[in-house]
Design a protein. Structure first.
Length: 672
């Protein structure tokens, strides 16, 4: 501005003639300065934008490298695709027709429709999933690709694109991982749902989130989303109302009698509460498990009662031993002396008083033992036999009566001063009460031993049977993490689930036997459509018959059949029949069916298994009877089945032609 002022001042001084020239010169300088400044700013902006574009390009390239995606350009003019990023296609590119050889035949139609949508101009953007062969024709390696494409147009007035840019994402590993996670989730869901313990999850406020089948069964849910439980919190449950500290929930474990009047729950349970906290020590979830121990408690009380009975029997044995000792000290005995010279025997109650005298022949007739008769009829036998003590059965010696006695004879030969054998002497003791007590003691001992033996056999049997599936579950659970392929893991999981099912059936048998020994089996009859019930029973039994070469056959001759019976108990017997058949059948079939007979149902299970010998067909319905010790089982299933059928006023039996010819277990129960 100072320069401009000087120029104007100078112009005015030189005159008005030069003023116009000065102004024009000044304007020219100003225009040049403005143009130079604008050009400089433009150059700086271009450099900044170029640098920013390079940075963005570098970031995009690094991002694509990290993501593993491929970028392709499909030229619609020559129908040729090239790599823009990555090496998905060959270096020279690939034509539209060549790509068909690499794409899965099932995915080609939808890919054609995908390209047609973009080429026709209906959409500028589209997505498509397809399978691409990254291997060879002989050994294909299918990769799951996700294509995100955008169409490029020459200008806004043209409706047909010139190029299509595709971003390809390989989702193969993601889909494999997703499938593995689904399988794992399904496995844990099954374990959770089929657990023999009731399980439930609550949120931090105590609201119920989810439960498994066993929990709904124990707490008698009226539906899977029973509002009684879902609309109340865990803090409102009677069992936890007075024991949970809401400010700081700690792990709890206790046994109690659970009573929920609104749902008719009245049983003994084992409860466990476990809080889950996050890294900030904030409560996130509450896990709750429950186990119905009513039957276990009854079994424990019965075992306690049996122990008390054994203790009383032991006390009785001790008392019998004391009585025997007393009888031995004050037993009825007499002294006797025999004379060979006059062939007589004299009995003395005291040393000086003779109570009775009889001849050898009369004495011999008192014995039932022929050897003793011969001994006293021929005194010369004394020389050969010598001293003798003998317990013998005799007629009464010292009182009238026809009852026999047990006496102990002690006989010792004696000689005169010359050394000649002149007779014998000894004691006779009436030990009839002692023998009777011994017999009573023997019977009581046998009863005690039998009771103890039955308990020992039962415990040994149960220990072995429970240990077998538990060893399999623990062993295969340790092996499971080491398996690498889904097929191997599935096989291990299958073995674990089979042994869990075996253990559950074993526990059910034990609890059922405890019911037999208490107040009997309870039968609750109801009106049912047995044809439909039979189909449902067979549907569950189909899973038990998994032996290769064994076919499961269902014989349901009726579309509908009204009957009045206990469907749960009938299913229990049929299940025992089929379980028994599966153990002994390796080839052929297992057939389950029924028919109406009179006012009842005849239900049978026919198999082509090992068969049963004639002499063993009645024993199989006794407890702990197993025809093959190498076959898994407790020997309780058929005994339980017999008790159920008899409680229903029915009949049960088995038909078999012998070993190797199969068996048919049947029952008849009234249904009206």
């Amino acid at each position: 501005m100072e320069i401009l002022a000087n120029i104007l001042l100078t112009g005015f001084l030189r005159g008005s003639v030069d003023a116009v020239s000065v102004v024009l010169t000044l304007l020219a300088i100003i225009v040049f300065a403005i143009c130079w400044g604008v050009n400089r700013i433009s150059i700086l902006r271009i450099r900044k934008n170029t640098r920013r574009a390079r940075e963005i390009s570098t970031v995009m390239k690094q991002t694509l490298n990290l993501s593993g995606d491929y970028v392709l350009r499909l030229s619609l003019a020559d129908r040729l695709a090239h790599n823009l990023h990555g090496d998905f296609l060959p270096e020279n590119g690939m034509t539209y027709e060549e790509s068909r050889d690499y794409m899965h035949p099932d995915d080609w139609p939808k890919y054609v429709e995908f390209l047609h949508t973009l080429m026709s101009g209906r959409q500028k953007k589209a997505e498509c999933d397809f399978r691409w062969n990254a291997g060879t024709k002989d050994k294909p390696e299918w990769r799951n690709m996700h294509d995100q494409a955008i169409a490029e147009y020459a200008n806004e007035r043209v409706h047909t694109p010139t190029n299509i840019f595709c971003t390809l994402t390989d989702k193969t590993e993601y889909l494999i991982q997703e499938k593995e996670e689904q399988l794992l989730n399904e496995k844990y869901r099954r374990v959770y749902e089929q657990s023999i313990v009731g399980l439930a999850f609550y949120d931090k406020d105590g609201n119920l989130m989810t439960t498994n089948r066993k929990m709904r069964e124990i707490l008698k849910f009226q539906s899977e989303d029973d509002p009684f439980y879902y609309n109340s919190t865990i803090y409102d449950m009677p069992d936890f109302r007075d024991v949970i500290n809401r400010r700081k929930i700690e792990e709890l474990w206790f046994c109690t009698k659970s009573v929920i009047v609104e749902r008719g729950v009245n049983c003994y349970t084992e409860l466990r509460l476990h809080p889950i906290y996050d890294e900030h020590d904030e409560l996130v979830y509450i896990t709750f498990s429950i186990r119905d121990i009513t039957q276990e408690r009854e079994l424990y009380l019965k075992n306690k009662l049996y122990d008390e009975q054994i203790r009383k029997q032991s006390q009785a044995i001790q008392q019998y031993e004391q009585e025997l000792q007393y009888l031995m000290e004050s037993c009825d005995m007499r002294f006797w002396r025999a004379s060979f010279a006059n062939r007589t025997i004299t009995f003395h109650k005291g040393l000086s008083t003779a109570e009775r005298e009889m001849t050898f022949d009369e004495l011999a007739e008192q014995f039932f033992d022929e050897e003793l008769r011969a001994y006293y009829k021929n005194p010369e036998n004394v020389e050969r036999v010598g001293a003798m003590t003998r317990l013998c059965k005799t007629r009464p010696f010292f009182h009238e009566g026809r009852e026999y006695q047990w006496n102990i004879f002690d006989s010792v030969p004696y000689r005169n001063e010359a050394g000649e054998l002149t007779g014998t002497y000894g004691l006779i003791r009436n030990v009839t009460p002692l023998i009777e007590k011994q017999e009573q003691l023997r019977r009581e001992t046998e009863r005690a031993n039998e009771s103890g033996h039955m308990k020992s056999v039962f415990m040994a049997n149960m220990t072995h049977e429970i240990r077998t599936p538990l060893n399999s579950i623990v062993g295969f659970s340790d092996v499971l993490p080491m398996m690498t392929t889904p097929e191997e893991k599935q096989e291990i999981v299958k073995v674990i689930m089979n042994n869990c099912d075996m253990l559950l059936r074993l526990i059910n048998d034990i609890l059922a036997v405890s019911t037999l020994d208490s107040d009997g089996i309870k039968i609750m009859k109801q009106e049912v459509d047995f044809a439909k019930t039979f189909d449902e029973i067979c549907l569950s039994l189909t899973e038990r018959v998994q032996t290769p070469g064994v076919e499961f056959i269902k014989d349901n001759p009726y579309e509908t059949l009204k009957a009045k019976l206990d469907p749960g108990r009938i299913q229990q017997v049929i299940t025992n029949f089929v379980t028994n058949a599966v153990k002994y059948t390796q080839q052929g079939h297992i057939k389950v069916g029924y028919r109406k007979e009179g006012d009842g149902l005849y239900i049978y299970c026919e198999d082509t298994g090992a068969g049963i010998p004639k002499e063993a067909q009645q024993k199989v319905f006794e407890r702990f009877v197993k025809l093959n010790d190498y076959v898994q089982g407790t020997g309780l299933g058929l005994a339980i089945s017999k008790a159920i059928v008899e409680r229903c006023n029915g009949r049960i039996g088995v038909n078999s032609e012998g070993e190797g010819k199969g068996s048919t277990f049947w029952m008849w129960v009234p249904c009206e």
